[in-house]
Design a protein around this ligand. Structure first.
Ligand SMILES: Nc1nc2c(c(=O)[nH]1)N[C@H]1C(S)=C(S)[C@@H](COP(=O)(O)OP(=O)(O)OC[C@H]3O[C@@H](n4cnc5c(N)ncnc54)[C@H](O)[C@@H]3O)O[C@H]1N2
Ligand code: MOO
Length: 630
């Protein structure tokens, strides 16, 4: 068995990039392409016009060409009569103006007489309605500078300036090799333990977008000799090599040893998370980059190292990153050893840009799909507290972010439907987490479903308690069914809260502060059950779907949650109660356009239809407003 690569570096990201790029010494090359095929290519040199446009004096209007001097005294009292062929000729827009003619009179200004002559009552001036040679482009003037990405309008100008082909940066060929015995190419071949190759498809798209030429190879299993042969083949066929996965310390992570055998590794291990086990190597003078297997890690490493490398091949200068400051809505822990990159949702609440962290797992592709930005916790900083400012790299236009309703609070599947109907960024921290975020001024709305034990009513008592002296309102949402989720084969095991005490049952709970947790504790108290005597009471998950999928995969496992989650996972469901899932909002925000559009969506027929089709919901007063007296 191959020795593991345990001793990987922890090199500062910028230092790693500088060291690597200096060693690589990339010299961009060029090629000629026909102008009509040059869209999105980058000009290697400045391009000058080879001819003027127009290259003859041309009529700018339909009418007659005249010698302006002959019309000098024309007026209503002193009309001038012109004779065809002698004093004028008929002309259309774009036709050549022949000497000695030097003006065009629009046809609307000509009075055509029965004898074929034309009467005019206004004098014309020299070059009236004539596009003179070079009006648009003068021969030898610059049409586009060097390092310019060619747009459709540039193609138009180049052709008008007589340019047929231009010198552009040659696209780097980027070889992409997915590796790993578990990786399959085709969803049809996906068996237990297999993973569909998604990373190389992401790289393909990114390379194309950046202006490179991607060449994807079929996945190669973890076999040293096979990998070596394929990597060498790839080096001979491409300018940049990307090898995905096998970068870490696993017993079959061969990439680094192969690069060492065929060339050299400049860096193995960077101080960035996700992305730590990155390999920056050189074989036959060409860059060979090993990207970690996890999708988020590989994407962020691509952004950090591959993107600037492709830019270098295309002569593009790296711009300083456009970072923006945002207030973090949730505490982030990070190690002093690494720069931490966190995917965040963004929204403007009051005058603050609020960043809500999404899942931190390096395998959670959805955190990138949903992200509005990437928050950066620098190396040597130990995380960030809720309310602290951090730097964020935007992934969306700021304007769109400003139109987004920021929701922080309890999770429900209806948030996805609302998110499909309005611009909504939705952070899931439980109902109490939502109330706290609202108090800190970090969200526009907080979805909550909090049962007040003393009265058995929902939400209002909590708002009165936590927002004393503030004008708050509740936008009524849905009534949703809560109950036990259990696998069909286990359905006889749990019918009541008391059944949770059975020895063979394992329970999955929601996190503290979640409304479902409050509901559970309420019923346990009613029945005098000690929570700690329930096996699994301390196992906490953050969403209904997470609980449902734990039930699906577990043995005699049960969880409390909403009907729609049980249905989505094909689980059995034992009804407990309908609860009110509503949206807390500051009363003053009810006038805000974003919130108005959110309420319109919530009250719409389309929303009702979609929610009812999930099952387990009742809509009675969705979109109604209750002002809370505090
Ligand atoms: N003992 C240690 N274990 C690990 C370390 C470490 O330092 N010590 N680092 C961890 C970190 S951090 C990362 S990141 C990963 C990187 O692992 P590899 O680059 O070796 O990748 P694999 O283990 O082969 O795969 C990880 C993961 O990604 C999936 N994968 C792989 N290729 C693809 C693809 N083309 N498309 C989609 N998904 C892919 C793969 O199936 C695995 O689930 O190592 C940690 N371990
Ligand atoms: O460094 Mo790894 O890339 O966190 O997941």
């Amino acid at each position: 068995m191959m020795k593991r690569n345990i001793y990987i570096d922890n090199m500062d990201v910028d230092l790693a990039k500088d060291t690597y790029f200096n060693k690589l010494n990339i010299n961009p090359t060029f090629e000629y392409v026909k102008v009509e095929n040059s869209i999105d290519r980058i000009s290697f040199d400045m391009v000058e016009a080879l001819m003027s446009s127009p290259n003859y004096n041309a009529a700018a209007m339909d009418g007659i060409a005249v010698v302006s001097a002959k019309t000098l005294n024309a007026s209503e009292v002193n009309p001038v009569i012109l004779e065809e062929k002698k004093d004028f000729y008929y002309i259309n827009t774009g036709n050549v103006i022949k000497e000695p003619f030097d003006a065009v009179i629009m046809i609307e200004d000509c009075i055509e007489l029965p004898d074929g002559k034309v009467q005019i009552i206004k004098s014309s001036y020299p070059w009236q309605h004539i596009r003179q040679i070079g009006e648009d482009i003068v021969k030898s003037e610059m049409i586009i500078p060097s390092n310019h990405k060619i747009r459709p309008i540039d193609i138009g100008a180049l052709l008008s300036g007589g340019v047929e082909s231009i010198k552009v940066f040659k696209k780097p060929k980027v070889g992409i090799l997915p590796t790993g015995t578990e990786i399959v190419d085709d969803l049809k071949n996906l068996k237990m333990g297999n993973i569909i190759d998604s990373n190389s498809r992401v790289f393909q798209g990114e390379v194309l977008k950046l202006g490179g030429d991607p060449f994807r190879y079929s996945p190669i299993e973890d076999d040293y000799e096979l990998l070596k042969t394929n990597i060498l083949k790839m080096v001979r066929e491409n300018d940049i090599m990307l090898i995905n996965a096998g970068s870490s310390a696993g017993s079959k992570d061969y990439t680094v040893n192969i690069i060492k055998e065929l060339g050299e590794t400049i860096v193995h291990g960077i101080a960035m998370k996700p992305g730590k086990p990155t390999i920056l190597g050189i074989i036959e003078g060409k860059p060979v980059i090993g990207l970690p297997g996890y999708p988020v890690s590989s994407y962020l490493v691509f952004e950090e190292f591959v993107k600037p490398l492709i830019h270098k091949f295309l002569g593009k200068k790296e711009k300083r990153e456009n970072l923006i400051k945002a207030t973090i809505a949730k505490r982030i822990v990070s190690s002093l050893k690494n720069r931490e990159l966190i995917r965040v949702n963004l929204g403007e609440v009051g005058d603050k840009l609020i960043a809500t962290p999404l899942s931190s797992g390096a395998g959670v592709t959805m955190s990138l799909v949903k992200a509005d930005g990437i928050g950066i916790i620098p190396q040597n900083v130990e995380g960030a507290e809720a309310g602290e400012e951090i730097d964020v790299k935007l992934l969306k236009p700021l304007e769109e972010i400003k139109e987004t309703v920021v929701s922080i609070g309890s999770h429900d599947l209806i948030m996805d439907i609302l998110g499909d109907m309005t611009l909504l960024s939705s952070g899931h921290v439980g109902s109490m987490g939502g109330i706290m975020a609202m108090r800190r001024g970090e969200c526009h709305i907080a979805p909550i479903h909090l049962l007040y034990e003393k009265t058995g009513e929902y939400n209002i008592s909590y708002i009165k308690k936590y927002f004393k002296g503030k004008e708050m309102s509740l936008i009524k949402g849905v009534k949703r069914l809560q109950g036990f989720m259990i696998k069909k084969e286990d359905k006889e095991l749990v019918k009541t809260f008391r059944d949770l005490l059975k020895e063979e049952i394992s329970f999955v709970n929601r996190q503290r502060g979640a409304g479902t947790r409050v509901l559970l504790d309420y019923h346990l108290k009613l029945e005098g059950i000690d929570p700690q005597s329930i096996n699994g009471y301390n196992r906490e998950l953050n969403t209904h779907m997470a609980v449902a999928s734990a039930v699906k995969d577990g043995k005699k496992t049960v969880g409390l949650g909403i009907y729609s989650a049980a249905k989505a996972m094909d689980l059995d469901f034992v009804e407990v109660t309908y609860e009110d899932y509503d949206f807390l909002v500051e009363t003053s925000m009810l006038e805000d356009e974003k919130i108005k559009s959110f309420i319109r969506a919530l009250s719409s027929k389309a929303f009702e239809t979609r929610v009812l089709s999930l099952g387990g919901y009742k809509l009675i007063d969705a979109g109604e407003i209750i002002h809370i007296e505090s």
